[in-house]
Design a protein around this ligand. Structure first.
Ligand code: ATP
Ligand code: MG
Length: 234
């Protein structure tokens, strides 16, 4: 059974028909990656799931409950935490303030608290007094993921966490997501970084021009040269 089921969604920006019948499934504990070129509709798919750009037709079920066309804050309350492409942190607040702001919504007994977050991100502990704007791109990305975890979500939705980061920082993010995966966190990961996505994902979807073009595991995608060439440019 799927924790998240996206069923044939059609999403528009005004007259522009961007998602043309997208379906995808994420099971409990699975890491699913959505790959595709610039403008394929990856972020729009996540925005549809999060209620930011609701689909005009189709359905989205989370834990068997329809969340399509619900308000974003209600969708978040169902336990889906979103790490957007823009890294949602407050640049005028310190690392600690960014984290405790998210903590306000959490319960005492939850798995993710300042202690466990700082164990996962030692660099954030070191920088806890620094302002958001003083952080490197990688540290901002880590803070953005940390804030999402502070909500103790059932599922994490990440939009291109490696974008614009140096290889050594990408490696750090990969290790963090690998740890979360081992601890059973369900994740939907949008990526353009092919090696990063295939190393993490149990299941991959290739999106091209608003349509799912391919679906399978990393081993199968490695063999699918035509798909990679046409829709991923790798
Ligand atoms: N706010 C918007 N208004 C109008 N069109 C938009 C808007 N956001 C995205 N689009 C268009 O929708 C299509 C899909 O964009 P989307 O951002 O979902 O792609 P993407 O796969 O995330 O690309 P990238 O890899 O560059 O982030 C593109 O043609 C884009 O120009
Ligand atoms: Mg995008």
């Amino acid at each position: 059974m799927s924790l998240l089921a996206v069923e044939d969604i059609h999403t528009y920006y005004d007259q522009s028909h961007v998602l043309q019948g997208v379906s995808l499934h994420v099971r409990q504990g699975q890491v699913v990656s959505l790959l595709g070129r610039n403008g394929a509709g990856k972020s729009t798919t996540l925005c549809s799931i999060m209620g930011i750009v609701p689909p005009r037709s189709g359905d989205i079920l989370f834990n068997n409950f329809s969340i399509a066309r619900q308000a974003p804050y209600r969708i978040a309350r169902h336990g889906i935490a979103y790490v957007p492409e823009t890294r949602a942190i407050f640049s005028s607040l310190t690392v600690l303030e960014n984290l405790t702001l998210a903590l306000r919504h959490a319960q005492q007994q939850d798995v993710w608290n300042l202690d466990s977050i700082f164990r996962l991100f030692p660099r954030l502990r070191e920088r806890r007094g620094h302002g958001g704007a003083q952080l490197s791109g990688g540290e901002q990305q880590m803070l953005s993921i940390a804030r999402a975890l502070m909500l103790n979500p059932r599922m994490l939705v990440l939009d291109e966490p490696t974008e614009g980061l140096a290889p050594v920082v990408i490696e750090e993010i990969a290790n963090v997501l690998q740890t979360l995966k081992q601890e059973g966190m369900t994740m939907l990961l949008v990526e353009q970084n092919y090696p990063f996505a295939t190393a993490l994902a149990d299941q991959l979807y290739v999106l091209g021009k608003g349509v799912i073009r391919w679906q399978g595991d990393a081993a199968a995608l490695a063999q699918a040269s035509q798909i990679k060439h046409t829709w991923l440019g790798v």
